[in-house]
Write a protein that binds this ligand. Structure first.
Ligand code: NAD
Length: 258
């Protein structure tokens, strides 16, 4: 058990990558907090641990300062510590820059960047008190590369690298490290929704979106899986020293090698 009794908050953990990370963390002995919108959080926590002893759902919109602060406080009130924050909640909206609606741009940056900042700030307050902690951001290959139609996503995912580096520097004196995971395409609801959207926008078949857009640059034409990403999140959470901080790890079947 590599996370025995650690307390881990995973945002966006009611689905996809976040859900798998919460599942793996629970398997490794952690007490996990499913932080997601509305009732989905409680439902997923119940699935993970029907007894409710080692998993709790916390409803929060990561863009809402009060909800984030109150949600993290709920965790501290219950378990009196916070060892791992995985800032993972995210959405995707695709359109060319020239047509991108400002409100949609703002929504994207709010979820990916404001959400990362607000959850980090709330978590650091406790991590600094206990003098330890690991903050993990869900970046993307789009933290390092660009694709058409994804301006706010690419902008936000690049931004997370900057935030992680600052948190790594400021957190060092308090025993806190910060790192970024950069996955390639993973077949979660977020990606399933993009396949027909990109097919329409680019005027190609859905099969070609997968082969010629999403997996074109991989070394083997394979999707990354939620298990691949969760394994990396476990490695970062369980890393035994503060040597590994301010880094980004790309898990993408070789799509990106930076
Ligand atoms: P998903 O749609 O399966 O899950 C995202 C979760 O985030 C959902 O449960 C949703 O309710 C939650 N969420 C959305 N907005 C929220 C908000 N404002 N507050 C709280 N929760 C909110 O998507 P996923 O593919 O698992 O994506 C998770 C993260 O991984 C995202 O940050 C995404 O950008 C990143 N990522 C995904 C891929 C991929 O190919 N799927 C690749 C690289 C990075």
């Amino acid at each position: 058990m590599r996370l025995q009794d650690k307390v881990a908050v995973v945002t966006g953990a009611a689905s996809g990558i976040g859900k798998e990370i919460a599942t793996v963390y629970a398997r490794e002995g952690a007490r996990v907090v499913i932080a997601d919108l509305n009732a989905e959080a409680a439902t997923t926590a119940k699935e993970l641990d029907p007894s409710g002893e080692r998993a709790m759902g916390v409803a929060m919109d990561v863009t809402n300062e009060q909800q984030v602060d109150a949600g993290i406080q709920q965790v501290i009130d219950r378990w009196n510590r916070l060892d791992v924050l995985v800032s993972n909640a995210g959405i995707q909206i695709v359109a060319p820059v020239v047509e991108f609606e400002f409100a949609k741009w703002q929504k994207m940056l709010a979820i990916h960047l404001d959400g990362a900042f607000l959850t980090t700030r709330a978590a650091l307050r406790q991590m600094y008190r206990q003098n330890s902690g690991s903050v993990i951001y869900m970046g993307s290959v789009h933290s390092k590369e660009a694709s058409v139609l994804k301006a706010p996503y690419v902008t936000a995912k690049h931004g997370l690298l900057g935030l992680a580096k600052v948190v790594a520097k400021e957190g060092a004196a308090h025993g806190v490290r910060a790192n970024v995971i950069c996955p390639g395409f993973v077949r979660t609801p977020l990606v399933e929704k993009q396949i027909p959207e990109q097919s329409r926008e680019l005027g190609i078949s859905e099969e070609d979106v997968i082969k010629k857009v999403m997996l074109k640059e991989t070394v083997d034409g394979e999707f990354t899986t939620v298990a691949d990403v969760a394994e990396t999140a476990l490695f970062l959470a369980a890393f035994p020293t503060n040597a590994l901080t301010g880094q980004s790890i790309v898990v993408s079947h070789g799509w990106c090698m930076n």
